[in-house]
Design a protein around this ligand. Structure first.
Ligand code: FEO
Ligand code: CA
Ligand code: CA
Ligand code: CA
Length: 652
């Protein structure tokens, strides 16, 4: 049923062999260059990068942040949209050993008090980087140092709360007794963007920066707020005369005062949201609480239809957590898409579509049907109560429902998924794809999982550690390979149809359900992006973040390209990619040792594909992304631009 009446493109490159080197590999006829690596100076307040640069809080606040993840391009004028734009990029977390390499490592990371300026530098390495980039006449990309568009939003930048949680008792703190403001956004993983020209950045593994030893509430345990010591021990720092109110103590949410307005017990409840940024103005960022509170991987708009609600899809990346859809109350008015280069109050448009609406959570039925369950106070739970009653909340407590989004989803009977990561929407059909990366806690009923993959990426106990039995959408126990699920919306906002699009696996696995071969085997799909082509259905790009040895022993993390309409498949069944279908799913790029490949978009003219290399082990050696170092380098996460040597369109 999908992809009919579309012209499938032919992928005009040979699928790459697997590779395990300190370099990027791209097909013959393509080149890859490094752009805006961690520490690249945004202005003259920050020095040029050097291997022995000892960063200060001020330097890091004026440089590109660390561990690049989701990103998007914001054009400055329509004519140059593919040659010059604001690159908005998430800086998800830090490699403290690379950050503090010149000093021999961080101070007191595991125990004892962290130095205030080290913590300030680490806080400034997180968040979002906005940087103007441009293509020079020789086809090489560079960033514009000193551009007025260059900005950082860090884990300390003041931000507004909006939507149902804003101004509620749940988010009163000593910093904002009214519950309308907070400081910082953290562990921003995947991203999104809106039709009105704003950037969406998504708070994923934020619980790990807090601690809460006493006074814990159900959401603290459900989301995995640690006890004892936070991921980087930020809560242990103590400042000096210049220390702001609660600058470090806000990371310790143990109640210390007589009320919530006298301490930071509620600080973690100001995190876990979709955050909207106007990249053109640098206006105060806004946390849009109506889209739910959990470990948000990313946020993707559905296909826009005039006069219909605007929808956003978001996944909770933890084991056996859920997929969500937000449906706006306001219906789409094309006049709300500002002309490129024109002035507009984009965050006011954001308030119109993202502050009022209904959050839904997905149930995937075994017959291929699906239901979107409204997450509202008066929704009926599986055992016949109202959601508010079942959660012990007042009947009209929408804020409380949002604070306890995951528990609400449990009560509604949503389907626990294999760690939802990125989504992508086919711009032609509106079909939605989402990666389900893997799941060590998926069991055959009554059995213990035997999972060998890398579990380091989520360390906090209590985070998605409950096991769940297999179900139709997540059919493999101890799922190492992951899968990509696809759905089509029904006539109203309440129903959909779904199928598994493709299963990841090692070629020689017994559960290689999609017939992958050495030249396209992959596991742990994560990044996902659908490009748009005038001539028909575009390419779906898949990025991996894999720790499963069955594939990792053969290749580093990678970018694959697939043209869904070119895959011959039986309706309702996952694609089988061997045989004639082998040409429809190809390996396009392999990353350097130690990295994951994440963050992705193509320029509007499809002549450049931008990706991010996160947590590389010994890379980059210089500006040529395909060059391996002869010795050891201080590793730097970086954006990589892949272009054809003849300037042509990527992939074809
Ligand atoms: Fe930060 Fe779910 O990846
Ligand atoms: Ca991810
Ligand atoms: Ca991942
Ligand atoms: Ca990551």
């Amino acid at each position: 049923s999908s992809g009919l009446a579309k012209t499938p493109l032919t992928l005009a490159f040979e699928s790459l062999a697997g590779s395990r080197t300190d370099a990027i590999v791209v097909p013959p006829g393509y080149s890859a260059q490094v752009l805006v690596p961690w520490g690249a100076p945004l202005n003259d307040t920050a020095p040029d990068w050097s291997e022995d640069l000892a960063l200060t809080p001020e330097m890091q606040a004026n440089s590109v942040g660390m561990h690049h993840d989701g990103m998007h391009a914001f054009p400055l004028d329509a004519d140059s949209a593919s040659r010059r734009f604001i690159l908005a990029m998430n800086n998800e977390y830090i490699d403290e050993n690379a950050l503090w390499a010149p000093q021999g490592g961080p101070t007191n990371m595991a125990e004892g008090q962290r130095p205030a300026d080290e913590v300030r530098t680490e806080i400034n390495a997180h968040g979002i980087t906005l940087v103007e980039v441009e293509k020079t006449d020789n086809g090489v990309w560079q960033h514009v140092r000193g551009s007025a568009f260059n900005r950082r939003y860090t884990s300390a930048t003041p931000m507004a709360l909006s939507g149902p949680v804003a101004g509620s008792d749940y988010v009163r703190t000593k910093y904002s007794p009214e519950g309308t403001l907070t400081r910082g956004t953290n562990n921003n993983c995947a991203n999104g963007y809106t039709p009105w020209g704003t950037y969406l950045t998504c708070e994923e593994n934020w619980p790990d920066i807090f601690i809460k030893d006493e006074g814990r509430e159900t959401d603290d345990d459900r989301l995995g707020i640690p006890t004892g010591r936070g991921r980087y021990g930020w809560e242990t720092a103590a400042g000096d005369a210049s220390e702001e109110e609660g600058e470090f103590s806000r990371f310790n949410a143990t109640p210390g005062g007589a009320s919530a307005s006298e301490d930071y017990r509620n600080e973690p409840r100001t995190f876990g949201y979709i955050v909207e940024i106007d990249p053109y103005t640098g206006a105060q960022a806004v946390k849009r609480t109506a889209l739910g509170r959990f470990r948000h991987e990313g946020c993707w708009p559905g296909k826009l239809v005039e006069g219909q609600p605007v929808v956003f899809y978001s996944g909770h990346d933890s084991r056996n957590e859920y997929i969500y859809k937000f449906v706006s109350e306001a219906v789409w008015d094309p006049a709300d898409a500002p002309v490129v280069g024109a002035e507009a109050n984009r965050l006011a448009i954001g308030a119109k579509y993202m502050d009022k609406g209904t959050l839904h959570v997905a149930r995937f039925n075994a017959d291929g049907s699906g239901e979107w369950l409204a997450v509202t106070p008066d929704a009926t739970t599986a055992d016949g109560r109202t959601l508010a009653e079942a959660l012990g909340l007042a009947a009209d407590d929408h804020a409380g429902i949002i604070i306890h989004t995951c528990d609400a989803a449990d009560l509604l009977g949503a389907t626990p998924m294999d760690r939802p990561e990125w989504g992508a929407v086919d711009p032609t059909s509106g079909e939605v794809y989402m990666t389900l990366t893997n799941n060590s806690k998926r069991t055959e009923e009554g059995s213990e999982p035997t999972f060998t993959g890398n579990e380091d990426d989520i360390a906090a106990p209590g985070n998605g550690y409950a096991t769940a039995p297999t179900n139709a959408a997540n059919p493999r126990a101890a799922n190492e390979g992951g899968q990509i699920i696809r759905w089509r919306e029904g006539e109203d906002q309440g129903v959909f149809e779904w199928e598994v699009f493709v299963f990841g696996a090692a070629a020689n696995d017994a559960d290689n359900l999609s017939g992958l071969t050495d030249s396209n085997q992959f596991a742990s799909p994560d990044g996902l992006y659908f490009d748009e082509r005038d001539e028909g259905q575009g390419i779906l790009w898949i990025e991996t973040d894999n720790g499963y040895a069955g594939v990792a022993d053969a290749t580093n993390d990678q970018v694959l390209a697939v043209v869904p309409a070119a895959l011959q498949r039986a309706d309702g069944a996952a694609a089988v990619v061997s045989g004639d279908n082998q040409q429809a799913l190809k390996r396009f790029c392999v990353g350097p040792n130690g990295c994951e490949v994440t963050g992705i978009f193509a320029t509007a003219d499809r002549t450049a594909l931008f990706i991010n290399i996160q947590h590389p082990g010994n890379w980059p050696a210089g500006d040529d992304a395909t060059q391996a170092a002869s010795g050891t380098v201080r590793p730097r996460a970086s954006t990589v631009v892949i272009q054809k040597d003849d300037g042509g369109i990527i992939g074809v």
